[in-house]
Design a protein. Structure first.
Length: 154
């Protein structure tokens, strides 16, 4: 196996973690969350796991960007094939930027005590929508990298 394929395969692991996280949130955890989550139960249900995920995925995202840039460089002379790892980097940067700009501020608001149930519900609803969009970006990251691996293997 070439170093290029090895790097691509190594990048598929964190991409799969993101894909799994998005799937778990959108398909398994978000349905019914608006009806069953209040300000008092948010820290246990979402807050603490989200804090741990943010810390973990901050490091993972940096490694994915670095690895994606490296993979793009290795593929640069391979014609249009180089566009797939480049798209992967763009998607990782886009999802990370989206998280920092839109999701983290809502995270911080949800971590504070929100005594008004309507205000909490509105924040939670926004948080769910934002995370659902990001899960789509994570899915695209995985697809782009998987397609690259198939193209390289062909």
């Amino acid at each position: 196996m070439s170093a290029t394929v090895g790097l691509g395969a190594a990048l598929l692991l964190p991409s799969s973690l993101y894909l799994g996280m998005g799937f778990t949130l959108v398909i398994l955890m978000f349905p019914g969350a608006l009806a069953t989550t209040d300000a008092a139960s948010f820290p246990q249900r979402f807050g603490d796991p989200v804090r741990r995920a943010v810390a973990f995925f901050t490091v993972v995202s940096l490694l994915m960007v670095a690895g994606g840039i490296w993979l793009t460089g290795l593929e640069w002379d391979e014609g249009s094939r180089r566009l797939l790892p480049l798209a992967f980097v763009v998607l990782v940067v886009a999802a990370t930027s989206y998280t920092v700009a839109f999701i983290l501020p809502v995270n911080r608001a949800l971590y504070r005590d929100v005594p008004d149930p309507a205000a909490f519900r509105s924040l939670l609803q926004r948080w769910i929508r934002l995370n659902t969009v990001r899960a789509g970006m994570w899915g695209l990251q995985w697809v782009v990298l998987a397609v690259w691996l198939v193209v390289v293997a062909s």
